[in-house]
Write a protein that binds this ligand. Structure first.
Ligand SMILES: Nc1nc2c(ncn2[C@@H]2O[C@H](COP(=O)(O)OP(=O)(O)OP(=O)(O)O)[C@@H](O)[C@H]2O)c(=O)[nH]1
Ligand SMILES: [Mg+2]
Length: 194
């Protein structure tokens, strides 16, 4: 069983740690389920703070995974619309500085809400990650809220947008669906074998 431990937190670019170990980051719109996914992977209810209100995670949080020795990184929501423009810009800069400066960042887990078709912010984030040449692991979250036929429909749309090399993991933090598959994709990416 893998163990996760919160090791470092950065609220602004100056607090970003220089890390020797590889990292895999969770990115996606606010409220898509990034922190819940970390909790699900950890097998713990409230390691990362979650909320039904968007804008919960306001810092970049680094969770050390043992015994593998790499970091899972929880990011603030990307482009959260209801916070002020200056705050949105602040999160964007923080994420951008992290993406730019982290040679150890091996992959970005791109969280997409299974209930919705691709949104402008999702597509922006795909471009953002691609601009930094980052490996993507797409994950369709909250799958427990959708019918199978809907999941397949949304998945086909993402296949077309991302290409078949980036097959999304259908995931639910509530039921544990997709958890083991996602772990193996993350561990492979962290080891540089994706
Ligand atoms: N039904 C269901 N609800 C989920 C799932 N994952 C997350 N949620 C709910 O969605 C809400 C947002 O989850 P968070 O994990 O806080 O989302 P986040 O992406 O970290 O949000 P920010 O930190 O604000 O960017 C919470 O109310 C969660 O309980 C899931 O797989 N199924
Ligand atoms: Mg969060």
């Amino acid at each position: 069983m893998r163990k996760l431990k919160l090791e470092k937190t950065a609220y602004d670019p100056g607090q970003l740690p220089g890390l020797d170990l590889p990292q895999v980051a969770m990115a996606g719109r606010s409220n898509v389920g990034k922190s819940s996914l970390i909790n699900s992977l950890a097998g713990r209810k409230s390691l990362a703070k979650t909320s039904s209100t968007p804008g919960k995670t306001r810092s970049i949080n680094f969770y050390l995974v043992q015994p593998d020795s790499f970091y899972l990184v929880d990011l603030p929501g990307y482009g959260y619309a209801r916070c002020s423009r200056s705050e949105r810009e602040k999160f964007r800069r923080l994420i951008q500085t992290y993406f730019q400066g982290s040679s150890g960042l091996r992959a970005v887990v791109l969280l997409l809400d299974s209930r919705h078709k691709p949104q402008v912010l999702d597509l922006e984030l795909v471009q953002f990650a691609r601009a930094f040449n980052l490996e993507l692991i797409p994950v369709m979250t909250k799958a427990d809220k959708c019918r199978q036929s809907h999941l397949e429909h949304i998945r086909r749309i993402w296949d077309q947008l991302l290409g078949l090399d980036y097959e999304p993991v259908v995931f639910s933090a509530r039921t544990g669906l997709g958890r083991e598959h996602l772990w193996s994709r993350i561990v492979q990416a962290a080891a540089g074998r994706s």
